[in-house]
Design a protein around this ligand. Structure first.
Ligand code: NAI
Length: 331
């Protein structure tokens, strides 16, 4: 039998946490033959609720779940973890300035970076979900210099999956037949959902999405804004932000990273830019990636038209501003 993998979920008493931990314990993230030990971290005001989640995990009697650590101590939470899913953060409350929210999250990610760097297992893979996800991941990277940058990522897979969902609904095809959409840039409304390389599997072979949809006005307009604004639409409908889809996408992100992407398929991940596609190096930016042997690599050589170029640059510009704001909070 395989040794258990230790998976950290921060903010585990929150709503994404509540949807995510049972998925991990059922093998959705790491496979149905991979035992896991869950490490759950939250803050003292949520300690009792966190303990309630732990009680439910015991009650669910998951065969793959070999242990649960539920704690408000970051060092205990981070010790020995192989995968870290960072969901905990400070939400924007009414009347708060962007800088105040940034400042709270920068200090959280700075201190959790140190705990991970000192206590996580070697080669721990880190996924930041909490917003501002790209910039929190960048702060984590900067304050955990011994964790290789290839091990730090942020979640844009939810946006990627939303784009697949919109194309599937529009064409009335199975979502599993649609592939290779791309989310470029920031996990924010400046992100660019790009279908220029996306295809649909048909009985006559793979066909370009652009050809099948045959409506550039929709693809360049409403499609993009629907994906960009989907989070807000969910909040409006549910009076709560997306949790089940965020949790499911976090599992997709880690599963593909660890177990590999299928041949010919790429996914979107927020990763440290090396300057590919003329995206400024040193930002955590969402790119199309393939994964193999536990490592991602950015898909190279895709053509970028003028429309796309502007959108790639605009979301990079926003990330550069966020980075500057984050650094101004550090001094
Ligand atoms: P929530 O407010 O229900 O849960 C957040 C949890 O984090 C709470 O239990 C809170 O006590 C905890 N927390 C706060 N500070 C902490 C710290 N320093 N250490 C550990 N835990 C801490 O929020 P929800 O709905 O679960 O969302 C979590 C985050 O994920 C938010 O920042 C949200 O904006 C973000 N998000 C990101 C998505 C993405 O695609 N990247 C999609 C949906 C949400």
């Amino acid at each position: 039998a395989k040794d258990p993998v230790r998976v950290l979920v921060t903010g585990a008493a929150g709503q994404i946490g509540y949807a995510l931990v049972p998925m991990i314990a059922r093998g959705v993230m790491l496979g149905a033959d991979q035992p896991v030990i869950l490490h759950m971290l939250d803050i003292p005001p949520a300690a009792e609720a966190l303990n309630g989640v732990k009680m439910e995990l015991v009650d669910a009697a998951f065969p793959l779940l070999k242990g649960v650590v539920a704690t408000t101590d970051a060092v205990e939470a981070c010790t020995g973890v192989n995968v870290a899913v960072m969901v905990g953060g400070f939400p924007r409350k009414e009347g708060m300035e962007r800088k105040d929210v940034m400042s709270k999250n920068v200090s959280i990610y700075k201190s959790q970076a140190s705990a991970l760097e000192k206590h996580a297992a070697p080669n721990c893979k880190v996924l930041v979900v909490a917003n501002p996800a790209n910039t929190n991941a960048l702060i984590l990277k900067e304050y955990a210099p011994s964790i290789p940058e290839k091990n730090i990522s942020c979640l844009t897979r939810l946006d990627h999956n939303r784009a697949l969902g919109q194309i599937s609904e529009r064409l009335n095809v199975q979502v599993s037949d649609v592939k290779n959409v791309i989310i470029w840039g920031n996990h924010s409304s400046s992100q660019y959902p790009d279908v220029n390389h996306a295809t649909v599997a048909t009985p006559a072979g793979d066909k370009p999405v652009r050809e099948l949809v045959a409506d550039d006005a929709w693809l360049n307009g409403e499609f993009i804004s629907t994906v960009q604004q989907r989070g807000a639409a969910i909040i409006k409908a549910r009076k709560l932000s997306s949790a089940l889809s965020a949790a499911s996408s976090a599992c997709d992100h880690i599963r593909d990273w660890v177990l590999g992407t299928p041949e010919g398929t790429w996914v979107s991940m927020g990763v440290y830019s090396d300057g590919s596609y003329n995206v400024p190096a040193g930002l955590i930016y969402s790119f199309p990636v393939t994964c193999k042997n536990g490592e991602w690599s950015i898909v190279q050589g895709l053509s970028i038209d003028e429309f796309s170029r502007k959108k790639l640059d605009a979301t990079a510009e926003e990330l550069s501003e966020e980075k500057a704001l984050a650094y101004s909070c550090l001094t």
